[in-house]
Design a protein around this ligand. Structure first.
Ligand SMILES: NC(=O)c1ccc[n+]([C@@H]2O[C@H](COP(=O)([O-])OP(=O)(O)OC[C@H]3O[C@@H](n4cnc5c(N)ncnc54)[C@H](OP(=O)(O)O)[C@@H]3O)[C@@H](O)[C@H]2O)c1
Length: 318
C-alpha cells in the first residue's frame, strides 16, 4: 500500500512540474508594468522579463533609476512613478493605455515597497503607520485599480508582492500590517477577477539582501526611534533594550538573509509567464521551513518562541 501511495504522490509532483513548465506564447506583444524598479527585485525582474522578450514598462521612483534602466534595452519603457501620488499613478496609467492600445495590459507587478520605520508599536506614531501604508498598501490598490480595465481586456495577470510577514507578525510597526493588507486585497481581487479570466498571484518572500533589509539602515532607524522616545517610555524599556535589540537584529539578519534574489524573481516570472501560474509563491528557505510552518502553529506556541528569543523590556512581568 505504502509504495503505491508514494508512487501516486511522485506522479502528482511530476505532473505538476510538467504543467508548470509551460510558458505563454507571443511575449513580444505582451506588456508588463512593474512598480519600484530602481533597485532590488523590481530592477532585476524588469531586466529579466525584457531579456525573455516581454515589453516591460518599468515604474521608477527616481530619475537615476529611470535613466539606468533605459540604457539597458530599446524595448523597455521607463516611467516616473510615485505610488503614493495618485496623479503620478494616473499619468503612468494614461501612458500605458496609449502604449498597449487594444491589446490591453498583460501584467502588473505591485513590487514597490518600504520597510522603515519599524520598531515596537509604542515607539511609533500614527504618521509612521500612514506613511508606510501609503506605499505598501494604498499604493498597491491605487496602481491596480488604475490599470485593471486594461488587464481585464488582455485576460492578464496581477502579481502582488506581499511578504511572509503578511502571514505572521513577529515584530511591531506598520510593515506586517501593510503586508497583511496586501494579502487580503490579493485574495479578494483573485476571486473577483476569476470570472474575467484574470489571474492574481501573491509573492511572499522571506529575508533577502536588498535595501529593505539593509542592516545599517534598519539599525539606524531603531536608534532614531529610541532617541525621540519620551523619558517614561525609555524607562519602561531600560537602556539595555536598544543594545540587545541591535545585537539580535545583526544575529537574525546573518542567520536568515539570502543573497540569491533570482529565487524571488523566478517566482515573479512564473506568475507572469507560466500558462498555469500558482496563486501563492513563498521563496526563501526561512519562509518555507520556518516562518510559514510557525504561522500555522497555535498562537501560544508562536508567541512563546518570539517572546523567548526577543529582548525583553526592563519592566517586563514575564
Ligand atoms: N528584501 C526582502 O527581504 C523582502 C522580503 C519580503 C518582501 N519584500 C518586498 O519586496 C518588494 C521589493 O523590495 P526590495 O526588497 O526589492 O527592496 P528595494 O530594493 O528597496 O525595492 C523597493 C523599491 O520600491 C521603490 N519605492 C519606494 N517608495 C516608492 C514610492 N513611493 N513609489 C514608487 N516606488 C517606490 C524603491 O525606490 P528607491 O530605491 O528609490 O527608494 C525601490 O526601488 C517590497 O514590496 C518589499 O516589501 C522584500
Amino acid at each position: 500500500m505504502f509504495p503505491f501511495v508514494l508512487g501516486l504522490v511522485a506522479l502528482w509532483f511530476i505532473f505538476r512540474w510538467y504543467k508548470e513548465t509551460e510558458r505563454v506564447s507571443n511575449k513580444e506583444n505582451k506588456y508588463v508594468y512593474i512598480t519600484g524598479c530602481d533597485s532590488g527585485f523590481g530592477n532585476l525582474l524588469a531586466r529579466h522579463l525584457d531579456k525573455l522578450g516581454f515589453c516591460v514598462i518599468a515604474g521608477c521612483y527616481t530619475e537615476k533609476g529611470e535613466d539606468e534602466l533605459k540604457k539597458t534595452s530599446d524595448r523597455l519603457t521607463a516611467v516616473h512613478l510615485d505610488v503614493t501620488d495618485s496623479e503620478s499613478v494616473r499619468k503612468a496609467a494614461a501612458l500605458i493605455h496609449t502604449l498597449v492600445g487594444q491589446k490591453g495590459l498583460w501584467g502588473v507587478v505591485n513590487n514597490a515597497g518600504v520597510a522603515l520605520p519599524s520598531g515596537p508599536t509604542d515607539w511609533l506614531t500614527i504618521e509612521d503607520y500612514k506613511s508606510m501604508l501609503a506605499v505598501n498598501l494604498y499604493g498597491v490598490i491605487d496602481v491596480t485599480l488604475s490599470v485593471l480595465p486594461l488587464i481585464k481586456k488582455a485576460k492578464g495577470r496581477v502579481v502582488n508582492v506581499a511578504s511572509v510577514f503578511g502571514r505572521i507578525s513577529p515584530f511591531g510597526g506598520p510593515y506586517c500590517v501593510s503586508k497583511y493588507g496586501v494579502e487580503s486585497f490579493n485574495d479578494s481581487l483573485r476571486l473577483n477577477m476569476a470570472p474575467f479570466g484574470v489571474k492574481v498571484a501573491c509573492i511572499e518572500p522571506g529575508f533577502f539582501s536588498t535595501n529593505v533589509t539593509n542592516t545599517e539602515l534598519v539599525k539606524d532607524n531603531l536608534r532614531k526611534l529610541w532617541d525621540r522616545l519620551p523619558q517614561d517610555v525609555k524607562a519602561d524599556y531600560g537602556h539595555r533594550f536598544l543594545e540587545k535589540s541591535l545585537e539580535k537584529l545583526d544575529e537574525r539578519f546573518k542567520q536568515f538573509k539570502d543573497t540569491d534574489l533570482m529565487k524571488v524573481v523566478s517566482c515573479m516570472e512564473h506568475a507572469i509567464a507560466a500558462v498555469h501560474p500558482r496563486t501563492r509563491y513563498t521563496p526563501g528557505w526561512d519562509a518555507k521551513f520556518f516562518w510559514l510552518p510557525l504561522s500555522y502553529m497555535p498562537t501560544c506556541i508562536s508567541d512563546r518562541i518570539f517572546l523567548r528569543n526577543g529582548p525583553q523590556p526592563e519592566s517586563s512581568v514575564l
